[in-house]
Design a protein around this ligand. Structure first.
Ligand code: SF4
Length: 324
């Protein structure tokens, strides 16, 4: 547990639901999270576990009918959850928290040059005058030659487009950058370059990075801390080393077993049987109950939660109360 002054980000009891006609889909259901200034976080889980919704909730960019129903988000000591939408837009969005949305590189406007698109964004936020130098610097910080500014998106490779999108997110110098699957659709070499770039930005500029991905191996190249998400909840949070070397939650163990290993003699492909829970009608107790090989009676009815020294794990196997 970090002292309040040491926290860069503190998320408490965050709930974000999609209000459908059939009822609320509990995509983010009680997330607690803390990050120190020097930490970077990877949020990992299967499709539809709620990880993208969590990123969008932090950025207040949930697609309708999604909405934040509860919880607080404190960034560098400021409780930004208390701000109205217009205050949040003015004070926080892009200026303090920025996000590279999933598939953003495909949303670059094909009829405008990179410079026009960066210039437009700056003007929207009140920047006037000759913005050429600022745009050149923003491209250089993502390791692109400033001449890229005069090119159209179709003249750029996938990796270059993704760098442009990251440059856009960093234009207003945010403290926190959330990158949602930033390497999807890129080849393995370019994926690794993008991760190295995010790491460099974090180390050199002091930007806190949250990387959202289904790929635990990829996330571990960047993140100092990993949060495993399942069924709308974080089910294990710990240092990257602990999660990799000593995974506690049965779901984390299964995820790690499913990572292919180049040096292994085994040709067996590990997978997790069953499917994730329906978040329209989430299970009463542990959300992994139906797929867990260690499930006990207590798991079915009572939601588990257990704090460890460095994080937490939602599993009755580790809570002494589960054995009573
Ligand atoms: Fe498995 Fe029970 Fe732990 Fe859930 S709480 S992961 S069902 S042992």
């Amino acid at each position: 547990m970090l002292a309040p002054a040491d926290k860069k980000l503190a998320v408490s009891g965050l709930k974000a639901y999609y209000m459908t006609e059939a009822g609320p889909v509990k995509a983010v259901d009680g997330v607690d999270l803390e990050l120190a200034p020097n930490e970077s976080l990877g949020i990992v889980g299967e499709s539809a576990c709620g990880k993208s919704s969590l990123g969008a909730a932090l950025m207040r960019s949930l697609q309708a009918p999604g909405k934040i129903v509860e919880g607080s988000v404190v960034l560098a000591g400021q409780d930004v959850s208390k701000l109205s939408n217009s205050e949040f837009n003015r004070q926080v969005r892009w200026k303090k928290i920025a996000m590279v949305f999933q598939g953003a590189m495909n949303a670059l406007d094909p009829v405008y040059t990179v410079e026009s698109q960066l210039r437009e964004l700056l003007k929207e936020h009140g920047f006037e005058g000759d913005l050429h130098d600022k745009i050149a610097k923003s491209l250089e910080q993502v390791d692109l030659d400033p001449s890229v500014a005069s090119r159209y998106p179709h003249e750029l490779s996938g990796g270059m487009k993704q760098r442009v999108v990251i440059a856009m997110a960093l234009l207003l110098e945010p403290d926190l950058l959330i990158a949602d699957e930033p390497t999807t659709a890129l080849d393995v070499l370019v994926q690794s370059q993008i991760i190295k770039l995010l790491k460099k930005l974090q180390e050199e500029k002091g930007i806190t990075v949250i990387l959202i991905s289904h790929d635990l191996g990829l996330v571990s190249q960047l993140a100092s801390k990993i949060a495993i998400m399942y069924g709308g909840q974080l089910i294990e949070v710990g240092s990257t080393q602990d999660i990799y070397k000593n995974p506690k939650h049965p779901y984390t163990q299964a995820l790690i077993a499913a990572v292919p290993r180049l040096r292994s003699d085994s040709k067996k492909i590990h997978f997790i049987p069953g499917s994730p829970p329906n978040l329209l009608n989430a299970p009463e107790g542990c959300r992994f109950y139906d797929r867990c090989p260690y499930a006990m009676d207590v798991c079915k009815k009572t939601p588990p939660e257990f704090k460890t020294e460095t994080g937490y794990v939602r599993c009755w196997l580790y809570d002494p109360k589960g054995k009573e």
